[in-house]
Design a protein around this ligand. Structure first.
Ligand SMILES: [Zn+2]
Length: 314
């Protein structure tokens, strides 16, 4: 910091020296202007000499002032890198033109300015947003209190483990007697169900509590396990099964918007939707009326009516 104050003092002296130089130039110019005008008659000779002497005294005075300032100034102190912060390291760059340093620094400065102005706008909007959020949160909470019981407000992924196991082992198979449902993996709240749909396909369904995170569909003859754990990643080698896996992902997203209605809605919807694929090889498309389109049966089932459609006809 000491170096920094010395540099400031140096700059102040420099400014004074510049002012003194300008003053000296003015007084010297006055001398030459006076000489240019010359003497007016014999009677003005003494007056001329007196004025000339005064002007030279003024020049001498300003010159002495400038000389005094010059002597008081030392060399520019080294402010060091610390006072300039990271910018002080710029002088260590070998070739500033070659590495585009100036343009990059300018760009960073522009981004910083833009960021600063937007942050100011955002900070002015936050209080308004908080008010809106709290109002809507209160209205949602009121609506839920009026329409559902406390059990239905529980989060699907935080349901009691014993309840989930009982639900998967008893309730689901009872509700969907056409499906063969087996639990093939269980680790904490993570469980994988193997669901066989008729003589057509099987699906592996990854649960976290009662929340379904992934569904993968394969043909009946394809491998279920990768070594000794259920294989949730390898796609089916049959194109129509891969299509159904894709549609299953869409089905999970579709049902998410209704999750607040009932906690086990997602498993029930997915099972019913999978069950509608029982006639995959015999159903014809609801739109074009054909069975095969591009060599594929209607692999898509409508999320509301479960009606069959080809992928391109939905
Ligand atoms: Zn069709």
């Amino acid at each position: 910091m000491a170096d920094y104050s010395q540099a400031k003092q140096f700059l102040s002296h420099s400014q004074h020296a510049i002012n003194a130089t300008q003053q000296l130039r003015t007084t010297v110019a006055n001398v030459f202007e006076f000489l240019r005008d010359g003497i007016n008659g014999e009677e003005g000779k003494n007056q001329f000499l007196q004025t000339f002497q005064d002007l030279l005294v003024a020049v001498n005075k300003d010159f002495s002032e400038l000389e005094k300032l010059g002597n008081s100034m030392s060399t520019m102190p080294d402010v060091g890198n610390a006072a300039l912060g990271p910018a002080g390291n710029l002088c260590m760059e070998g070739d500033a033109d070659e590495n585009n340093l100036f343009q990059d620094t300018l760009l960073a400065y522009q981004w910083y300015t833009k960021l600063h102005s937007r942050a100011q706008i955002a900070s002015s909007l936050v209080p308004m947003y908080k008010r809106t959020l709290s109002t809507s949160a209160i209205s949602i909470a009121r609506a839920r209190r009026g329409s559902t019981n406390p059990a239905q407000q529980m989060k699907p992924h935080s349901v009691n483990a014993a309840h989930v196991e009982s639900y998967m082992a008893n309730t689901l198979p009872r509700q969907f007697s056409d499906l063969i449902i087996k639990m093939i993996y269980s680790q904490g709240s993570t469980k994988i169900l193997h669901v066989t749909v008729g003589k057509v396909l099987y699906a592996l369904i990854l649960f976290r509590g009662l929340m379904i995170e992934k569904v993968i569909v394969r043909g009946l003859g394809e491998d279920v396990f990768d070594v000794d754990t259920p294989d949730m990643f390898t796609p089916s080698r049959f194109e129509c099964m891969r299509h159904i896996s894709d549609h299953a992902s869409s089905a999970l997203l579709y049902v998410d918007q209704y999750l607040h209605v009932q906690m086990d809605l997602k498993p029930r919807f997915v099972m019913a939707w999978l069950q509608s694929h029982k006639g995959l090889m015999t159903d014809s498309c609801q739109k074009c009326g054909k069975h095969l389109n591009n060599g594929l049966p209607p692999t898509f089932r409508d999320f509301k009516s479960y009606a069959p459609y080809h992928t391109g006809c939905k």
